[in-house]
Every structure is written in structure tokens, then in C-alpha cells.
Design a protein around this ligand. Structure first.
Ligand code: G3I
Length: 392
């Protein structure tokens, strides 16, 4: 929803919080006084692109034409239970990411129980439909919100050698099972603290100070042909995390550790403001200079009172173009369509109060609408894929 002009009272506590985070001083002063302020009124939504019923829709066609991947996170249950979801994935995307199926909490819920069904479903679907697979994720480090993908029994193994055996055996078993079938792995996910670039304390510290390198080595031994990636969140808003990523990747590459890519999640859920121009392309360029691939791996851009649909479109266009201009090889969104976003779940909103404060429910953050039809943001990403020059 765009805005034209009008006057409203602006004195609520929520508005004050919004103004603090957005950091716009004039708006801040108006909100703090509770005065009546003139702000924008709803304007027409951007035009929607026509629906696509072709076997290969413009997003997938543009990605294939450019030689990069466009992906979506998927759940096995949705592929099985909803033919429209399976159909949309095979027509609009060229890659799938296992949203939860390959987290150890799902794959190995107890020491003796291996639950391969969901991951097998996603991988088989990808093979049938000529899609690539990003395996997500072997070691989710930052424990904020206790959502780090480790099963409780593993997190509770305080004896370092027992923990080591459990983790390393699991990583070997999971990567080994899908050898030659999962193209690339998020080996380590969300390593750094918010907002600073220091490694988050976690259960993984029981492996010793160089565990990141060790996890990559173990995954590489299990499938020498797979690409191994580090995946991080909020680098577009916290430059210190980007600096820490660059320093770590540089050190791993210098030591010959098998790391092939860095994923920038790009969940734009901390503030309605667009990423600073150049923040995405600058980081991508620094990482690419180290000899690794870079991708956007979990893109979503929720709407709210301070982020209109037109702004969503513009942000999708800007971030995609920046990433591609610096040499990104993948753009993946975190959900097939707006009906499947994780941002509308209670757990996400409890774990990220700013998401709850700034963004609507439903937040409609993705490229396909609730009926799996392309949105204006979809057309913007297609245009960026078609028009952004590749780096020389
Ligand atoms: O499957 C169980 C179900 O049996 C149970 O009834 C239900 C009750 O709560 O929970 C279900 O599991 C939930 C699971 O999603 C599947 O829906 C978990 O509680 C819930 O914690 C889990 O949330 C996932 C979250 O990671 C934590 O693992 C989200 O779906 C998933 O989108 C989200 O993805 C993360 C990435 O892995 C890393 N980057 C951030 C991203 C978004 O938070």
C-alpha cells in the first residue's frame, strides 16, 4: 500500500518505538509529543504481473538464462499435501532449500531414531523436477530463542567427547546419505552474535576453539563433491557481522579449509528501512574476492505500517540487483509464497520483538501471494535478473 497525504494523531507508545528504531529525528519529535501530524494516506498498490501457467515461469527462466539459481525454502509436508505448492515450486524456482527437514532436531530426534522421511521427500522431489538442493543446516550455532536446530538430547550432552561423537557422527551420516544428491550445504548457520561480530557462545564450544573448520572438514569427507557454505543473518544491518564473516572466511581459506560459499540470509525484519545502498554489494564483493560464492539464502521482506507494497518491490529490486552486480550466484526466498512464511508464526514473533512491532500479520513478505500468484515483487526480481550487468 503506497501513501499520498493526510493527518493523523501519532502519540502511541508503539509509534515512539517505531520512530526510535527508524531513527528519523523529525518523525521522532512528532511522535514523542503525541501531536497531530500530517502523514501519507493509502495509494494504489503497484500493478501485479500476470499469473504464469507456463511449465517454466519468468523467474526460473531468467535465472536459468543468467546461469544462477533462484530457490525457495520448502517443507516436505507442503509438497506432499498441496499439489499447488509442488506445482509452483517446479514452475517458478530452480532450487529448493530444506526449511527444517535436515536440521538435526528433525533428522535425529533421539540417539537411536533417524527420521529421514521429510528430507528424502524434498530431495526426491528435487530430482524428479530437475531442481538443485541446498541442505539446511548442519550446525546452527547461535542459540537465541533456543531455536538452533539441535535436538534437546544432543544439547544436553555436557561431556565434550560424547557431544563430539554425537555431532560429528550425525554430520557424517546426514551428508553421506545425500552424497551426490544435495548440491550444497549450510554447514554452519548463524555463527555470530547480534549485533556484534563475535562468535556466539554455544553448545558447539564443547568441540574446541576450531570447531568451524572441523565441521567443514567432516562434511567434506562425507561428500567431497558438495559445496560447503557458511550462512549468516542480519549482515545488511550490522556491518560488524559482515566484517567478522570476511575475517573468518579469509582465515579458513588461507588454511585450506573446504569452504565454498557464504549465504547472506537477508531476513529484512529488524526495521522497515531499506538496507543502506551498497551494503549488500560491498559485502558480496569482499567475500567474492576471497574466492567463495555468495548467495542470498533466506530472503523475505515483510510489510507493515511503515513498509508499503511499493517499498517491498523497491527493496526486492535493489537488493537483488546489488547482489547480482557483485556476482551472487543464487537468490533464495524463505517460503514458496505468502501463505507459507515463517514470519507470521507466534514463535518467530516472540523471538524477534521488532518483527512483531513493525510488521503486519499477515506480513506477506514473499514473491508469490497467498494463492501462489506472482506479485509485483516477483516482477521486480525478474527485471533485476534480466537487466543487472554481471561483474567484469
Ligand atoms: O513440527 C512440529 C510440530 O510437530 C509441532 O506440533 C509444532 C508445535 O510448535 O512445532 C513443529 O515444529 C516447528 C517447526 O518450525 C515446523 O513448523 C517448530 O516448533 C518451530 O520452532 C520451527 O520453526 C522453524 C525455525 O527455523 C526453527 O527451527 C521455522 O519453521 C523455520 O522457518 C526457521 O528457519 C530459520 C532458518 O533455519 C535459519 N535462519 C532463520 C530462519 C527463520 O527463523
Amino acid at each position: 500500500m503506497g501513501r499520498l497525504g493526510g493527518c493523523v494523531n501519532t502519540g502511541s507508545a508503539r509509534s515512539r518505538l517505531v520512530s526510535w528504531v527508524v531513527g528519523v529525528s523529525v518523525i521522532s519529535m512528532l511522535f514523542a509529543t503525541g501531536a497531530t501530524a500530517c502523514v501519507a494516506l493509502p495509494a494504489p498498490a503497484p500493478p501485479q504481473p500476470p499469473d504464469c501457467t507456463d511449465p517454466v515461469c519468468p523467474l526460473a527462466a531468467a535465472a536459468r538464462g543468467r546461469g544462477i539459481r533462484v530457490g525457495a525454502a520448502v517443507e516436505a509436508d507442503d509438497l506432499i499435501s498441496n499439489p499447488a505448492v509442488a506445482d509452483a515450486v517446479r514452475r517458478h524456482f530452480t532450487s529448493v532449500t530444506t526449511e527444517n527437514a535436515l536440521k538435526l532436531s528433525v533428522v535425529r530426534p533421539s540417539p537411536t531414531l533417524w527420521n529421514w522421511g521429510p528430507a528424502d521427500t524434498v530431495v526426491a522431489f528435487a530430482e524428479t523436477n530437475d531442481l538443485e538442493v541446498r541442505g539446511h543446516t548442519l550446525a546452527w550455532v547461535n542459540e537465541s530463542g533456543s531455536q538452533n536446530g539441535l535436538p534437546a538430547w544432543m544439547r544436553d550432552l555436557n561431556d565434550p567427547s560424547e557431544f563430539r561423537t554425537a555431532i560429528l557422527d550425525s554430520v557424517s551420516a546426514v551428508v553421506g546419505r545425500y552424497q551426490g544428491r544435495v548440491d550444497r550445504w549450510d554447514v554452519v548457520n548463524e555463527l555470530f552474535e547480534y549485533p556484534v561480530g563475535v562468535q556466539a557462545p554455544s553448545a558447539f564450544d564443547r568441540l574446541g576453539p576450531d570447531y568451524v573448520a572441523e565441521l567443514f572438514e567432516v562434511a567434506h569427507a562425507a561428500d567431497p563433491g558438495a559445496e560447503l557454505w557458511l550462512n549468516e543473518v542480519f549482515t545488511e544491518v550490522f556491518p560488524a557481522k559482515g566484517d567478522a564473516l570476511v575475517a573468518l572466511v579469509s582465515s579458513l581459506r588461507d588454511r585450506g579449509v573446504p569452504i565454498h560459499g557464504v549465504g547472506l540470509q537477508t531476513h529484512l525484519t529488524l526495521s522497515p528501512a531499506a538496507p543502506n545502498p551498497g551494503s549488500v554489494s560491498g559485502l558480496v564483493a569482499r567475500l567474492r574476492a576471497l574466492g567463495v560464492e555468495v548467495a542470498i539464502t533466506e530472503f523475505d521482506v515483510p510489510l507493515g505500517p511503515l513498509r508499503t507494497e511499493q517499498q517491498q518491490v523497491d527493496i526486492y529490486r535493489q537488493v537483488t540487483a546489488e547482489c547480482l552486480s557483485a556476482g551472487c550466484t543464487e537468490i533464495t526466498v524463505w517460503g514458496v509464497g505468502d501463505a507459507f512464511t515463517t514470519l507470521d508464526t507466534a514463535g518467530q514473533r516472540q523471538n524477534n520483538p521488532l518483527l512483531a512491532a513493525f510488521f503486519s500479520l499477515p506480513s506477506t513478505p514473499l514473491l508469490l501471494d497467498v494463492n501462489l500468484r506472482p506479485k509485483a515483487a516477483y516482477a521486480a526480481v525478474v527485471a533485476a535478473l534480466q537487466r543487472t550487468p554481471t561483474p567484469g
